[in-house]
Write a protein that binds this ligand. Structure first.
Ligand SMILES: CC(C)(COP(=O)(O)OP(=O)(O)OC[C@H]1O[C@@H](n2cnc3c(N)ncnc32)[C@H](O)[C@@H]1O)[C@@H](O)C(=O)NCCC(=O)NCCS
Ligand SMILES: Nc1ncnc2c1ncn2[C@@H]1O[C@H](COP(=O)(O)OP(=O)(O)OP(=O)(O)O)[C@@H](O)[C@H]1O
Length: 232
């Protein structure tokens, strides 16, 4: 199984690229969706976050007030670290579970869309790693437009992550997303060849098909040996 890491900075265009992957038929695991699930009312993550941050972060219906919690953690690094520490095990487990389900389905190539791929050290499990890169001005502008936030709030969120220029140096493939959506589409088509090349042997053995072949080989080997021993 090939697990492709897709990352970048906030509002650099990861979701736009993962939608292109989806529309081309690739299964995508979206860490933001997993992170939202583990913070749903009544879940283990929700209980621990409420215990740590207090009931002030809840809406009237008991769900977490995400903008409010965001305001707290993106202006205070120690609070952000606390939230990360609480949610990291739940998010990792959720991602692993999604990957396992795709493995069971027999998917050979999957995309992990994880904003904090490097920060959470999940990059060691993914190859190749694609970084969607934009320059700082474009990132700030797109984030302010998308979320209708002030420059200060947007900059706080950007500063909460590893700088995009550093992420770029750790990438196997860089998608420059400073241009138009048409340019992005064209860059995406160009990288498709690289990500769809035949599986390496290691990737094959890690796939469900590889595991079945390995199991059948071992099984027939054992049966064969038993027959030979019985004849002696
Ligand atoms: C603080 C929360 C409630 C704010 O929710 P909100 O709906 O406003 O933002 P959303 O979840 O859609 O995240 C938007 C983007 O913010 C960035 N971001 C989110 N959490 C973090 C974080 N802890 N550190 C740095 N950047 C982050 C990511 O680029 C993400 O794509 C939420 O982001 C959260 O629970 N974060 C902690 C979980 C986490 O680490 N998520 C990232 C998945 S790896
Ligand atoms: N090439 C582009 N030209 C113009 N706008 C773009 C381009 N690429 C992405 N955008 C817009 O920029 C914003 C951020 O893109 P997107 O939501 O894909 O980023 P993201 O990296 O997934 O963000 P997050 O980390 O918050 O999940 C969106 O409003 C999107 O429509």
């Amino acid at each position: 199984m090939r697990i492709i890491g897709l990352t970048g900075g906030i509002a650099s265009g990861k979701s736009t690229v993962s939608n292109l992957f989806r529309s081309t038929g690739f299964p995508v695991v979206d860490a933001d969706v997993v992170a939202r699930d583990v913070l749903k009312k009544g879940s283990g993550g929700w209980r621990k976050v409420v215990a740590a941050f207090g009931e002030d972060i809840l809406q009237e219906n008991g769900e977490v007030d995400r903008p409010k919690l965001g305001q707290i953690v993106f202006t205070d690094p120690s609070k952000r670290q606390l939230l990360n520490r609480i949610l990291a095990p739940y998010i990792s487990y959720g991602i692993l579970w999604e990957v396992f389900k795709l493995w069971m389905k027999g998917c050979k190539i999957i995309i992990l869309d994880i904003p904090l791929l490097f920060e959470a050290k999940i990059d060691r499990w993914t190859k190749p790693i694609i970084v969607v890169w934009v320059d700082p001005e474009t990132q700030l502008r797109r984030l302010m437009t998308r979320d209708s936030t002030s420059a200060q709030d947007a900059q706080n969120r950007i500063d909460a992550q590893m700088p995009l220029d550093e992420k770029r140096t750790k990438a196997d493939i860089v998608i420059d997303n400073n241009g138009s959506l048409e340019d992005l589409n064209e860059s995406f088509r160009k990288i498709l060849n690289q990500v769809t090349k035949p599986l390496t042997w290691t990737e094959f053995w890690l796939s469900r098909q590889g595991a079945i072949v390995a199991f059948l080989s071992i099984f027939s080997g054992v049966v064969g040996c038993k027959k030979v021993i019985a004849r002696l």
